[in-house]
Design a protein. Structure first.
Length: 288
């Protein structure tokens, strides 16, 4: 379980770094860009993908490109969600996005619809509605306030789609998963670098060394989150539900604790109900 714990800590740390960057006046869009060179380097040197034996014609390039666009794009929405809706609600939205691939498995991949999974999905969707909050925030503009609930929903939907696409990538057995991951990161980095040029020359942002520093550290924790999650599944090959449950409940709980204690986020009784429902829904899906 040590790998699950390490993965949880790394996952929450990614969100914390984005929140700290914004609080310190660092441009989070540049932070997100610099995450990818570090993720690419660590994937290459630590996971050592076998690129020489790749069958290039067999690569699902449409899937790779979709993920390469969605990954940096979702980081932007995660940063916006953390900024306007808080760390707690963003982490819950990310964790409960697992219900989208579950629904897809029922409706598109013709998996048998089991009662307990449907109950878990229903509770999870209710948890999202309870968690994101709809009250007006006096500290943001009226336009930002109007769309405050939209950011966690976009994170919820986007992360669910990313999960489906990664599952599709894993089905291509001719390409090792680690090699696919490396290629996706390289493509995402290329897109992120183009975006950086846009930020600097079109939006006239100043190049930020601080953002680079935050981004490189973010890339370390983003990579370690994936690495420890993979190691957890390898250490507990016969108990994937333990890894799945520990990861999701751990991130929801630790994210809520840090959000309330360290960032003084205010949660309503409805929000706390959402946290409780999210944990119950994960338990139902994993163990019933």
């Amino acid at each position: 379980m040590i790998f699950v714990l390490l993965s949880v800590i790394c996952s929450v740390t990614v969100a914390v770094l984005l929140k700290l960057a914004k609080q310190n006046g660092v441009e989070t869009k540049q932070v997100i860009v610099w995450n990818y060179p570090m993720a690419v380097a660590l994937t290459y040197f630590v996971l050592q993908p076998d690129l020489k034996s790749l069958v290039w014609d067999a690569m699902p390039m449409t899937l790779y490109m979709s993920l390469a666009i969605l990954l940096p794009g979702m980081f932007v929405f995660i940063a916006l969600s953390i900024r306007y809706s808080g760390l707690v609600k963003t982490e819950i939205a990310q964790r409960l996005s697992l219900f989208i691939p579950l629904l897809a498995s029922f409706f598109f991949f013709h998996e048998k619809m089991e009662g307990h999974k449907m109950l878990g999905i229903a509770l999870g969707l209710l948890a999202i509605l309870c968690s994101i909050g709809w009250q007006k925030n006096q500290h943001v503009s009226s336009a930002d306030s109007r769309y405050k609930a939209l950011y966690p929903l976009l994170v919820f939907i986007g992360m669910g789609i990313i999960d489906i696409l990664f599952k599709q990538v894993a089905l291509h057995v001719d390409i090792p998963y680690i090699s696919s991951l490396f290629i996706i990161f390289v493509m995402a980095m290329s897109i992120a670098m183009v975006l950086l040029l846009y930020f600097l020359f079109v939006e006239k942002q100043r190049f930020s060394r601080q953002a680079m520093g935050y981004g490189l550290v973010l890339g370390v924790f983003n990579f370690c989150n994936i690495l420890f999650y993979m190691k957890a599944h390898r250490a507990l090959p016969e108990n994937p539900s333990v890894v799945f449950t520990g990861m999701n409940i751990g991130v929801i709980s630790l994210g809520a604790l840090i959000g309330v204690l360290f960032f003084k986020e205010r949660l309503s009784l409805l929000n706390y109900l959402g946290i409780a429902l999210s944990i119950v829904s994960v338990l139902i899906i994993a163990y019933l």
